[in-house]
Design a protein around this ligand. Structure first.
Ligand code: GDP
Length: 483
């Protein structure tokens, strides 16, 4: 059975394509050793059955995130029969960055140029033939959403899969060619190692996995690199390789996209960025946004309406007392109200039961469960707003704004979203840390998450409060011991 891998950036339409190709045959599991989803399905033609493996969405094949490591190991070690590189046609420049890396591996590649419907709407005209010539692999325009071009894509992929392919790198066409040629024989000397081009480039980049596996070769690569005159990258070869990739893409962009479409024109998103990430306005806007979210979720005085309500004139259960509760609190109070009613019902049913049984069920089990149920609306409401901010793209901007402050603690702006999520619940907050680049940053963020209190933890802080106030250390220690 043939095996195809789907590789592409997050949001390139990989899931949509995978679902269209494999339908109900998909099986979801985990990649061994990591909590990264592994989706495998089958695509059937009259002659052949193809296993389609959906690799995690990635921007690069560097070993920074578990997703990148999983994708890289699969492509290098398992050697699929064909890699379908799905790219978003409306975001070509960014998506092609990963393409330049996939092309370095000795495996058949086909480019699925997705979202062609949206690209046409934007007035973007892509020269498919020019793209094939530049990247030296077949390119098929598709629209995964509208199910257009998928049959052609798979037919061509089946043809591509029959022929082996040697990887090539765009850096062979850059000023780094000299280094490439010198590192080549070193990599060739390694026994039983395939995809030479990929490994050469990774050695030049100073890739951590190559360094760890072949330290002696890396030492020789460094000697070659240090013999070169220093330029504006001051010996940062990872930066030089990234620069060579982007240069290659921008140099050929005009040949690929022929239309009035100008990727450098200020889009609506750029204009929004200018305000939201502004040096002076960024942080105040961020705090106002967060204040608004927390106000809508947790406030007992929604929009400060209590100013207009005379004292002792308004008291409606759930809605509020001399003020209106915020939507989050209304939901939570409603759940608590219903739970209290059920509690009363339970206690009247158990009226004749022994007191201990009544107490165990009503004041113990049910009271405990109701407390937990009371938090759930607050957590759901907070997550709803955080997801809304994330989907609107604001979170990415907020992470950018917070980057500077976070760097002082040895973190980057990316840690910000997991930490913020922990106000809702630490569990998804900790799960969200897997997108962080380094193991150290991931650990540090995970260790910090418990300090961002969710509503459940607030109850515990509240219970501890009398000890802080009375500064009674032995009481506090006794409480913690019991807890
Ligand atoms: P993934 O993150 O790569 O798995 O991307 P998804 O499959 O979740 O798609 C991201 C978004 O792009 C979704 O909102 C899709 O509906 C949308 N999308 C996917 N394919 C197409 C397409 O061919 N045309 C258009 N216009 N939108 C698409």
């Amino acid at each position: 059975m043939l095996r195809f891998a789907l590789a592409g950036n997050p949001n390139s339409g990989k899931t949509t394509l995978f679902n269209s190709l494999t339908g109900s045959t998909a099986q979801v599991g985990n990649w061994p050793g990591v909590t990264v989803d592994k989706k495998v399905g089958t695509y059937k033609t009259s002659k052949e059955t193809v296993q389609v493996v959906d690799l995690p969405g990635i921007y690069s094949l560097s070993p920074y995130t578990p997703e990148e490591v999983v994708s890289r190991n699969f492509l290098i070690d398992e050697k699929p029969d064909c890699v379908i590189n799905i790219i978003d046609a409306t975001n070509l420049e960014r998506n092609l960055y990963l393409t330049t890396q996939l092309l370095e591996i000795d495996v058949p590649v086909i480019i699925a140029l997705n979202m062609m419907d949206a690209a046409l709407e934007l007035g973007e005209k892509i020269d498919i033939d020019a793209m094939m010539k530049i990247f030296q692999v077949p390119v098929v325009p598709i629209s995964a959403l509208k199910n257009e071009g998928l049959d052609t894509l798979m037919q061509k992929a089946l043809i591509v899969a029959r022929h082996s392919r040697h990887g090539w790198s765009v850096i062979e066409h850059s000023s780094l060619k000299q280094v490439f040629d010198q590192v080549h024989p070193l990599v060739e000397s390694l026994p039983s190692i395939g995809s030479h081009t990929f490994h050469i480039v990774k050695f030049i980049e100073g890739d951590e996995m190559e360094k760890a596996m072949h330290p002696h070769i890396y030492q020789q690569v460094q000697e070659i690199e240090s013999a070169l005159p220093l330029d504006n990258f001051k010996g940062d070869f990872g930066g030089k390789v990234a620069d060579a990739r982007y240069n290659f893409i921008t140099e050929h962009f005009a040949e690929i996209v022929r239309s009035n479409y100008n990727p450098h024109a200020l889009t609506k998103s750029d204009k929004i960025d200018r305000i939201l990430t502004n040096k002076w306005l960024g942080i105040p806007i961020f705090f106002l946004t967060m204040l608004l979210v927390f106000h809508i979720v947790f406030s007992h005085d929604f929009l400060f309406l209590s100013v207009f309500i005379p004292q002792n004139s308004f008291d409606i259960p759930i809605i509020g007392t001399d003020a209106i509760n915020s939507p989050g609190v209304i939901l939570s109070e409603a759940v608590t109200y219903i739970c209290d009613l059920i509690g009363l019902g339970l206690s009247s049913i158990l009226k004749t039961a022994p007191t201990w049984l009544n107490g165990l069920i009503v004041n113990g089990l049910w009271a405990g469960l109701s407390t937990v149920l009371g938090f759930i609306p607050l957590i759901i409401a907070l997550f709803f707003f955080i997801t809304l901010l994330e989907d609107s793209g604001y979170m990415a901007r907020a992470a950018f704004i917070m980057d500077r402050a976070f760097r002082r603690m040895g973190l980057s702006g990316r840690s910000f979203v997991p930490l913020l999520m922990s106000f809702g619940c630490a569990v998804p907050g900790i799960m969200a840390t897997r997108t962080l680049e380094s193991e150290k940053e991931r650990r540090l963020t995970i260790m910090l998450t418990p300090f961002f209190s969710c509503s459940a933890k607030l109850q515990i802080w509240a219970a501890l409060e009398p000890f802080y106030i009375r500064e009674s250390m032995p009481d506090l220690l006794f409480f913690l011991f019991i807890f």
